[in-house]
Unconditional design. Structure first.
Length: 519
């Protein structure tokens, strides 16, 4: 059934039109939707207050990337109820033709989700979902907002998304006159951390959750960011590796690209690759065709990940492959201010030590990681494996991660997936993971990296049909699917439910998913 807002208004309009005889049914629907939307400004609900409401017609330009509205919808901004000093803002997209379902989007980086609202909500809107995203309690682009703001840290850490879930359900029920039949959440990176925070801390909020490349173990990940930076840029003789990434990436492909039966510049499962950086070590001196001993050590450390002196792993290392792709310029080998070293440093500067003068050069893994864990771990970390409450009420969790992710190591999600399945026992089949060969951080990369996880999740929840494979496409524009832009298909490939991996069947185009099997 499709629900439409403004049924009373529509009835009145219809009566008027019967005398005038000029208004079409579509016009009346638009008029009713516009009237209902514009009248929503100032609406006070128990969980928040609507501050703006604008009616957007199909075909209107959304944002700055060329996306046009696929449907008429009401664009709502609201102040969500929390504390007197809080500034939690929610943006909702309420389509005229609603499928009775809600889709909430997570944030990115230190921000909430309003900066990427078009990319997050346009595709679900085209499918009839009411969508919602939040600023997570602040409107600043970096992390400086967190200094001295314990309440805002808690809101960004977990609370805002929960309060917005409560508000969105109330607002949808009020606007359409019908309650949400299904509620889903999806996010990638920090949004993936948000997703797992919902599953673990607020298990009743959503029926299904999609967590992509989740930054779930935030304290461990930020510690690894700072540590990785030190391996490359604060270790004498190691920084030269930044100019030899093509050498490294080509050596990895030469060793392992054919393991899946086809040479396509993508490793289907980097875990099967046994490349050893010492194979590239210079026999003497230094030149562009080999690695110095310091560069070899740095590369090995990046692949291994940080460990404490007693051998305790702080975080997993990066997978082999994709060391040189443009999407990973700010990854472990990136020395810019926006690279992961400074990004991780901001967690210690503003969240852990509350000291704007703290510098990344002060980072000491043995000292700073345990302090971060003690001071903020309980607030920002969401890698808790016990999702029993979520799965026992029927919740479904879909996770995905790109193997070429140069910001969050892909193995961290496999590690988490295994720990969850071991913990939830008989409901383990309600958790699925799809690894994405050739995908960088959340999107992009040489492999097929566009896919519709939401439709797969909805089918799983509604029809109890768990996905075993999901079609992924490489488009000429990697953002085309989410932004609803015209593009061309370059290649397709099936993503396989982990631990299965796609293998070439031996005949047919290697650019077509139908010629690969999950095994």
């Amino acid at each position: 059934m499709i629900f439409k807002p403004g049924l009373v208004t529509l009835t009145v309009t219809t009566i008027v039109a019967s005398f005038g005889g000029s208004s079409s049914a579509d016009d009346r629907t638009v008029q009713a939707g516009r009237a209902t939307c514009e009248a929503y400004v100032g609406k006070q609900l128990q969980s928040g207050t609507v501050t703006t409401a604008q009616y957007v017609t199909k075909g209107s330009l959304l944002g700055t990337h060329g996306t046009v509205a696929p449907k008429d919808f009401c664009q709502v901004r609201a102040k969500v109820t929390s504390t007197p000093t809080s500034n939690i803002v929610a943006e909702m997209w309420l389509p005229n033709e609603w499928n009775e379902k809600l889709m909430a989007a997570g944030g990115s980086g230190y921000s909430g989700g309003l900066g990427n609202v078009v990319q997050s909500l346009a595709l679900p809107l085209s499918q009839g979902y009411a969508g919602v995203a939040t600023n997570a309690g602040h409107d600043e682009p970096g992390a400086s907002w967190a200094r001295g703001q314990a309440q805002q840290v808690a809101e960004w850490g977990h609370l805002a998304n929960h309060l917005v879930a409560v508000f969105a359900k109330e607002a949808v029920a009020d606007y359409y006159g019908s309650r949400v039949s299904r509620a889903y959440f999806q996010g990638c990176s920090n949004g993936g951390r948000d997703a797992l925070m919902e599953a673990s801390r607020y298990p009743e909020d959503y029926d299904g959750i999609i967590a992509g490349a989740p930054a779930a173990d935030w304290t461990g990940l930020m510690s690894s960011f700072a540590w990785d930076y030190q391996q490359v840029f604060r270790t004498p003789g190691a920084s030269g590796i930044t100019k030899k990434l093509d050498l490294v990436a080509n050596a990895v492909l030469a060793k392992c690209d054919m393991l899946d039966g086809v040479a396509d510049g993508v490793l289907e499962n980097p875990r099967s690759c046994n490349f050893d950086p010492t194979e590239l070590q210079c026999s003497a001196g230094d030149n562009a065709s080999c690695l110095t001993s310091a560069e070899v050590v740095a590369l090995k450390n990046i692949y291994r990940g940080p460990h404490l002196a007693d051998g305790t792993s702080v975080f997993v290392g990066f997978a082999m492959g994709g060391e040189n792709i443009s999407e990973n310029v700010n990854g472990p080998f990136g020395g810019t201010a926006s690279g992961i070293g400074e990004f991780g440093g901001d967690t210690f500067r503003y969240l852990v030590y509350q000291d704007a003068n703290w510098t990344q050069s002060q980072f000491d893994l043995e000292q700073d990681y345990p302090i971060a864990l003690q001071r903020i771990g309980a607030i920002v970390d969401s890698h808790h494996p016990d999702l029993t409450e979520f799965t026992q009420h029927g919740g479904k969790l879909l996770m995905y991660h790109g193997w070429m992710d140069g910001r969050i190591p892909a193995d961290s999600t496999i590690q988490y997936f295994d720990s969850v399945r071991n913990k939830v026992g008989s409901t383990a089949d309600q958790v699925k993971l799809f690894m994405v060969p050739g995908m960088a951080h959340c999107r992009g990369g040489p492999g097929p990296n566009s896919f519709d996880m939401l439709t797969a999740l909805d089918k799983w929840v509604e029809k109890n049909a768990p996905p075993e494979s999901i079609l992924a496409t490489k488009y000429s524009n990697d953002s085309a699917l989410n932004l609803l832009l015209p593009t061309k298909t370059v290649r397709t490939r099936s993503l396989c439910a982990w631990p299965k991996v796609a293998h070439y069947n031996g005949s047919g185009s290697t650019d077509s998913a139908e010629n690969f099997s999950c095994r």
